[in-house]
Design a protein around this ligand. Structure first.
Ligand code: ZN
Length: 435
């Protein structure tokens, strides 16, 4: 029994105890163990009584229940409190520990401790509770690698972000390095792929988040070391002028598109869709077929354009099936007398057009090239809020593998579109670092 508590004990006469409705057996136990406490005297005997009734054979544990009333939650359910205390005690928490737990959390909060084995690092549990971590987090901290728990408790790093990063595969040292990023970017890292080189990249003074996908491409595709990749990309040495890109030679069947139904599905010159892929939620909007969410988003976009008093635009091309694309390509092939390169300048091979996803749209406005549309700049500045990106921007041809195409937009969902807009990432760059 702790000294602090011992000092508060004093003996009461059996007649006084009797007036609080203790039985003779209970009174004998109480007296034998000097277990009288001021809340008993004050008539707050419910807990003591509950304890003695339930647990008289284990009298040495009864001192657990001598908790000052003021430390207990209001309207505490004594039966429940008794159960929680005795369960904790049976699990192996010692009496002093139980007292501490009871005082630092509500009974409901303590449930996780009742349902789980003893923490690996008991001291961490109490340190975390002292630092006001919720019981669930304190318990999880007490089962973590000590370096990780101390990073969270002492360096003030965000609990859930740190845990997520660690679960992704980042070590404590990695996380310390990643903490150089601001909270927003650190949160973004938690939804990215695990990038083994990211901590080293971030540690470099010349690191620029906007260039991250290109650093990763330089490392993974071209074999650069981290330091060299940063110099290489920062100096724009990975850039290829549009005239020097072999638009035809880029076609390959290296990768089949993963998750073609995903809003961020990648279809390009080396990621192709199977002939039998077709979205299952096609709907009609502006006389074109497209996936349902694309139509909804376009509805909002068109309303906004209308509110801005811009001229009405229409969807020129929406969903294009594999067989329609095949026909289109063959028509060009015929037109150019079987010159594939010439045909490919006009339209991709079947399977290589992202119009087959039902997520791509070509816009049309009467009497102008689409880039000359009066609302074009407004669209570039705002269209991410509707879940769209300009899919083939000028100057990014070396990344997309397609010539600039001002009228072709791609739905990727609002969250991804905002990220791509903020960091000026093409879908190819986005997919380098996101699933
Ligand atoms: Zn298009």
């Amino acid at each position: 029994m702790g000294g602090v508590f011992a000092a508060m004990y004093f003996l009461l006469l059996p007649s006084q105890l009797n007036s609080y409705t203790y039985t003779a057996d209970q009174i004998a136990l109480i007296r034998k163990n000097n277990m009288v406490y001021d809340f008993v005297r004050a008539g707050k005997s419910t807990l003591m009584s509950t304890a003695l009734n339930n647990d008289a054979k284990n009298i040495e544990r009864t001192d657990l229940y001598l908790v000052r009333d003021t430390d207990l939650p209001e309207n505490v359910d004594y039966e429940h409190l008794y159960t929680v205390m005795s369960t904790l005690s049976e699990k192996g928490y010692d009496n002093e520990q139980v007292m501490k737990l009871i005082k630092s959390a509500t009974l409901d909060e303590l449930q996780i401790l009742l349902d789980s084995p003893l923490p690996v690092n008991m001291d961490v549990l109490y340190t975390a509770l002292d630092k006001k971590f919720p019981v669930v987090q304190a318990y999880q901290l007490s089962n973590m690698d000590r370096d990780l728990s101390s990073l969270i408790m002492n360096d003030g790093t965000d609990y859930s972000t740190t845990v997520k990063l660690n679960n992704m595969g980042y070590s404590v040292e990695d996380i310390k390095a990643l903490n150089k990023l601001g909270n927003t970017e650190l949160n973004m890292v938690t939804v990215m792929k695990y990038l083994a080189d990211l901590p080293a990249l971030v540690s470099n003074e010349s690191f620029d988040m906007k260039l991250l996908p290109r650093y990763i491409m330089a490392i993974e595709n071209e074999g650069y070391e981290v330091e060299d990749a940063i110099v290489y990309v920062n100096d724009n040495e990975d850039y290829i002028d549009v005239e020097d890109i072999d638009m035809y030679g880029l076609y390959s069947d290296d990768f089949r598109t993963e998750n073609p139904g995903s809003y961020t599905a990648l279809v390009n010159k080396n990621h192709y869709l199977n002939a039998d892929y077709a979205p299952t939620d096609l709907t009609e909007f502006s006389h074109e077929e497209m996936r349902n969410d694309v139509a909804t988003a376009l509805g909002s976009l068109f309303t906004a354009l209308n509110e801005q008093k811009f001229e009405t635009i229409i969807v020129d091309v929406g969903y294009v099936s594999y067989s329609e694309q095949e026909e289109l390509f063959n028509r060009y092939l015929e037109m150019f007398e079987d010159d594939e390169e010439k045909a490919l300048e006009r339209t991709p091979y079947a399977g290589y057009s992202e119009h087959q996803t039902g997520l791509a749209v070509d816009f049309y406005v009467r009497g102008a090239n689409f880039e000359d549309y009066e609302g074009y700049q407004w669209m570039l500045d705002n269209i991410h809020n509707y879940g769209f990106i300009l899919r083939y921007p000028a100057g990014k041809e070396f990344l997309t593998g397609f010539p600039s195409e001002p009228k072709h937009f791609r739905f990727v969902g609002v969250e991804a579109a905002k990220i791509m807009h903020d960091y000026e990432w093409t879908l190819e760059e986005y997919k380098t670092i996101f699933e």
